[in-house]
Design a protein. Structure first.
Length: 72
């Protein structure tokens, strides 16, 4: 997949946004089966740059990500 689109995973999770070489890349939203989500930038399948994580309890955290991990 390349460009914009939506990918649905077998467990009910989905990603909607930009792709490059079949990976999440660019701006997009990932929602997991438990309702948690990440909205922000992706680089070759990993969270990268500015983004926001939301949890099922309604809490949200915004921050910067590098290699899929939140930078403190």
């Amino acid at each position: 997949m390349h460009g914009k689109g939506t990918f649905y995973y077998p467990d009910g999770s989905f990603y909607k946004g930009e792709f490059m070489k079949n990976q999440r890349h660019g701006l997009g939203k990932m929602r997991w089966e438990d309702g948690a989500y990440f909205i922000g930038n992706w680089k070759l399948g990993e969270k990268e740059g500015l983004g926001k994580v939301g949890k099922i309890d309604g809490s949200e955290q915004e921050g910067f990500w590098k290699g899929g991990k939140r930078e403190m």
